[in-house]
Design a protein around this ligand. Structure first.
Ligand SMILES: Cc1cc2nc3c(=O)[nH]c(=O)nc-3n(C[C@H](O)[C@H](O)[C@H](O)COP(=O)(O)OP(=O)(O)OC[C@H]3O[C@@H](n4cnc5c(N)ncnc54)[C@H](O)[C@@H]3O)c2cc1C
Ligand code: FES
Length: 258
C-alpha cells in the first residue's frame, strides 16, 4: 500500500493503567495493509504549530479498527490522550519496513520487550499465533503499573514472563533475568525485540553468544518519517540507516547499540 495521509474517526481512547493508553481509530484500508513492525505518523495538534512534527507510533493491533498503544510522556502524547470518541485523527501511514517473519524450521518465537516497546508485539502475535510456534513474551517494566497488556498476549496463547525493576510483579530486576526461558537452538529459536537501546543491546549480546537470529524494532526521534531528512539515522554494521524508511525493523545483529 502506498503511504496515505488521511483523517480518520476516533472510536475510543482509553487509559488502560496509570502509564498506558490505547487509541482506536477507523481506517479500513490501513487496517487491511499494515504489517507487524510498521508505524503511523500522527498529527497530535488540532491547530497551531506545536508540536510542529507528527509523532510516530507502532501499530499495536488491527482487528476491525487500527489500534495504537502509547505512553503519555510529553506534549504530543498528552494532546493525543485528550482525543475522544468521534474526534478526528490525521494519520500518515503505513510507514517503514515491517518485521521479517521467522525462517522455516522455527519452533520457538521469543518476543523481548521493555516498557512501551511492547507496542509492536501484539499485532505480531496475531499474525504468528496460528503457525504452531511456541510464542514467548519476556517483558520488562518499571513497576506493575507498566504491565497492563499482558492479558491480551495470554489470550493469544503466549507464555508471558514479567520482570519489574522494583519487583512489584514477576521477577525483580532486568528483563535479562528472564533469558533462561529462551531455547538456545539457533535452528529453531527466533527473537524479536523492542525497547530501550540498553535492553536491546543486552538482547543482541545474548543472541550473538548463542548464535540466535532475530529482529529488532528501533525507535528514534523523527521529523519527516519518509526517509528524506535523515534525522532518524542510526549506526548499523552497514553504515548509517534511517529508522523510518530502512527500519524500524532491522536484523538484530545489524544495529550498533550504544
Ligand atoms: C517507529 C517508532 C514507533 C514508536 N511507537 C510508539 C508506540 O507504539 N507507543 C508509544 O508510546 N511511543 C512510541 N514511539 C515513541 C513516540 O513516538 C514518542 O514517545 C513520542 O513522539 C513523544 O512525543 P511527545 O510530544 O509526547 O514527547 P516529546 O517531548 O517529543 O518527547 C518526550 C521525551 O521522550 C523522548 N523521545 C521522544 N521520542 C523518542 C523516541 N522515538 N525514542 C526515544 N526517546 C524519545 C524525548 O527526547 C523526550 O525526552 C515510537 C517511536 C518510533 C520512532
Ligand atoms: S525522520 Fe526524516 S529520514 Fe527518518
Amino acid at each position: 500500500m502506498d503511504k496515505i495521509q488521511n483523517t480518520y474517526k476516533v472510536i475510543s481512547n482509553e487509559q488502560l493503567c496509570p502509564q498506558f493508553w490505547r487509541l482506536v481509530f477507523d481506517a479500513p484500508q490501513l487496517a487491511k495493509e499494515v504489517r507487524p513492525g510498521q508505524f503511523v505518523h500522527i498529527r497530535t495538534n488540532e491547530q497551531g504549530l506545536e508540536p510542529f512534527f507528527r509523532r510516530p507510533f507502532s501499530v499495536y493491533r488491527v482487528q476491525r479498527y487500527v489500534e495504537i498503544f502509547y505512553e503519555a510522556v510529553g506534549p504530543g502524547t498528552r494532546l493525543l490522550s485528550r482525543k475522544q470518541k468521534g474526534d478526528t485523527l490525521d494519520v500518515l501511514g503505513p510507514l517503514g519496513t515491517p518485521f521479517a517473519l521467522p525462517p522455516q524450521g522455527t519452533r520457538q518465537v521469543v518476543m523481548i520487550a521493555g516498557g512501551i516497546g511492547v507496542a509492536p508485539m501484539l499485532i505480531l502475535c496475531d499474525v504468528l499465533k496460528n503457525k504452531k510456534y511456541e510464542l514467548v513474551l519476556l517483558y520488562g517494566g518499571r513497576t506493575r503499573g507498566h504491565v497492563y497488556p499482558m492479558k491480551e498476549f495470554k489470550d493469544n496463547g503466549v507464555k508471558v514472563h514479567v520482570a519489574t525493576d522494583d519487583g512489584s510483579l514477576g521477577h525483580k530486576g532486568r528483563v535479562s533475568g528472564l533469558f533462561d526461558k529462551i531455547a538456545l537452538d539457533p535452528q529453531t529459536t527466533f527473537i524479536y525485540t523492542c525497547g530501550p537501546h540498553a535492553m536491546m543491546g543486552a538482547v543482541q549480546e545474548f543472541a550473538a553468544r548463542h548464535r540466535l537470529p532475530g529482529q529488532a524494532a528501533c525507535e528514534e526521534i523523527m521529523a519527516c518519517a519518509l526517509g528524506a531528512c535523515l534525522g532518524c539515522s542510526i549506526l548499523t554494521k552497514n553504515g548509517y540507516k534511517t529508522v523510518c524508511y530502512n527500519g524500524p525493523a532491522f536484523d538484530l545483529d545489524e544495529v550498533v547499540f550504544h
